[in-house]
Write a protein that binds this ligand. Sequence first.
Ligand code: DOR
Length: 430
Amino acid sequence: MKILIKNGRVVDPTQKLDAVTDILIENGKIKKLGQGLTLADCETFDAAGLVVTPGLIDVHTHMREPGLEAKEDIISGTKAAAAGGVTTVACMPNTKPVIDTSIVISGIKQRAAADGYAHVEVIGAISKGERGEELAEMGDMAQKGVMAFSDDGHYVKSSRLFTLAAKYVTTFDKPLICHAIDPELGAEGYMHEGAVSARIGVPGVPSVAEDIAVARDCLIAEYTGAHVHIAHVASKGAIEIVRQAKKRGVNITSEVTVHHLTLTDEACIKYNPAARVSPPLRSKEHVEALRAAVLDGTVDAIVTDHAPHAPEEKDVEFRYAPCGFCGLETSLAVILTDLYYTKIFDLNTIISKMSCEPAKLFKINGGTLKEGSIADITIMDLNKEWTVDSSKFYTRGKATPYEGKVCKGKAVATLLAGEFVMRDGVLCTK
Ligand code: DOR
């Protein structure tokens, strides 16, 4: 199988490349980059006027399988990924049962490889059942190729257990991903604590609940030497703690979500359940601090925290709505609309943080268009104007605070290991 992508503007930060050039794909790999490539017996895709980048890699998603298929499964979730231009997703272990044994990991990998529309990396739990009491079979899961470990959705409250996990992972070189909210300080809140929560009468989660948790985990990373990755940083204080730890040479990395970069707690004003997330959407000063942290390298990856819920679970009163909403089909467009077209991030930064850097950080195959690498590719039309309409989403969890948003920019084709999985917004039959 050979495909020639012609005349696209190829943006690949791993090669410091931003130029109009052709890409020849053969047997699932990038065979050659160069201008004026021609080949008789191959399919040609005309990418004139489009941008061609390494496939987007989202290291924080919830595929909800096994056990929570009313919210999502690997097929619907990876379809959403392909539709959004995402070629690799990492799935969190807060499923039913929790992904805390190697057999569950093998099952997910097999299903994704057979029927998925994107590559799926698996994140195993740190503690059994994510209960924070005893370590899960981490060594066994490491042998089955988990990408990292996390009790996402919960903070590992016990410093002793988190330290034990950190010491353990240094023996097999896998990161710990921390969901950083002190559960006691955050227990009574439904949104960010601040002027907006006071105005609308909803109890808040103070940002210090996040800062304390991040500080402890930075100190444990420093003490053990383990790689600790802070998930969905949302507060100004927390990102400053990460910045200082990085300066001291601590093995710490961080990610920020598309929504924490583009929305504030004002999105909760009308008690919109779609805007309820953990950590909560915070105020403008926090958003600005996160944007600055992307630009100065404190933030390593931009993620979705794609967290779909069944419509009947999510479409309830604000306080009763579970945290999270779907993000895979809007992430690129929202970033382009709100941060690229406003000149806050350039394209190089966006592709680095949404593909190249996460690939490097978590040793994921992809994130580059170098010759010889896997042909996971996103083709985007930066000028395409469209309106977010969740009824057209592939994900099962339709709730999104971006409903009705007019966007500029969209993925128009996605290639997975050299094969089109999405073209013109429509998934290709498998
Ligand atoms: O909003 C969220 N939803 N944040 C999380 O960390 C977990 C997620 C979920 O699993 O629904």
